[in-house]
Design a protein around this ligand. Structure first.
Ligand code: Z5A
Length: 230
């Protein structure tokens, strides 16, 4: 840095999405409505004339979808460290191949799950050391951090009932996490609430145990407030 011309320092440390696009993440326990709300929010923002990318983790890239298949397959045995490193590999690719280019192009990027899911599931849920997990997460995200994170909060039993009802309708089998005990999902929920408490300026918690339209209205308010601040 010392060898760089005067004035370059500010550019080097300028976070990518502050200089260009907007990054919104949706987080929460299973069945909390993230996918439903990500699609609704994306459509609403597009109607306002903003370029929008709606994406998800794990997945979101070709490599990521391959990782996702292993990550979620209950027949594949995974150690906690392997589970963590797999989802971080997915994120590293997602950031570099999709998120960063879209943000650099000035888009609004909405991701259905991101780094807080790793803290909640592998940290609070599985018990992986939170400090080391934070460092590894930083490696994967490469400083691409959300401008706004919405945690859709509801009792884990309600979320699991929703996904079981959906599974019955579609014939879809349980994945690695759907097969976990309610106690695991409660730890994950507590994790999301702890993250929100620690970072109130980034994370907004919304009661997801209400009709879709009521949840949508609260998300829209949070997004509009964030846009007004910028
Ligand atoms: N995971 C991890 O461990 N670590 C990580 O770092 C990351 C992920 C990134 C991904 O599974 C799993 O990976 C996830 C955590 C782990 N597993 N768990 N648990 P996924 O992508 O397959 O699934 P998910 O992210 O958990 O999403 P989901 O089960 O599809 O739920 P959702 O997206 O939150 O909800 P939805 O799909 O919008 O809605 C679920 C059902 O409820 C559906 O039938 C809707 O029509 C219905 N719904 C939605 N909103 C409502 C309301 N308001 N009322 C009533 N019914 C509703």
């Amino acid at each position: 840095l010392c060898a760089l011309p005067a004035g370059t320092r500010a550019l080097v440390f300028w976070p990518i999405n502050m200089a260009s696009g907007l990054f919104i993440t949706l987080e929460g326990v299973e069945g909390s409505g993230k996918t439903t709300q990500a699609a609704i929010l994306g459509d609403a923002l597009r109607k306002n004339g903003r370029p929008v990318t709606v994406t998800h983790e794990p997945g979101g890239t070709r490599a990521g979808e391959t990782i996702r298949a292993i990550f979620l397959d209950p027949a594949v045995s995974l150690d906690v460290a392997s589970e963590l490193l797999l989802v971080l590999a997915d994120r590293a690719q997602h950031v570099r191949e999709k998120l960063r280019p879209a943000l650099a192009a000035g888009e609004i990027v909405i991701s259905d799950r991101y780094s807080d899911s790793t803290t909640a599931y592998q940290g609070y849920g599985r018990g992986f050391d939170l400090k080391l997990l934070g460092e590894l997460n930083r490696l994967a995200t490469d400083n691409v951090t959300p401008d706004l994170t919405i945690v859709l909060d509801l009792q884990v039993e309600t979320g699991l009932e929703r996904t079981r009802a959906r599974a019955k309708g579609t014939g879809r089998g349980s994945d690695r996490f759907e097969g976990e005990r309610a106690e695991f999902h409660r730890k994950v929920r507590d994790g999301f609430l702890a993250i929100a408490k620690a970072e109130p300026s980034r994370v907004v918690v919304i009661d997801a145990d209400r009709p879709v339209a009521a949840v949508t209205a609260d998300i829209r308010r949070a997004v509009d407030e964030m846009l007004a601040r910028r």
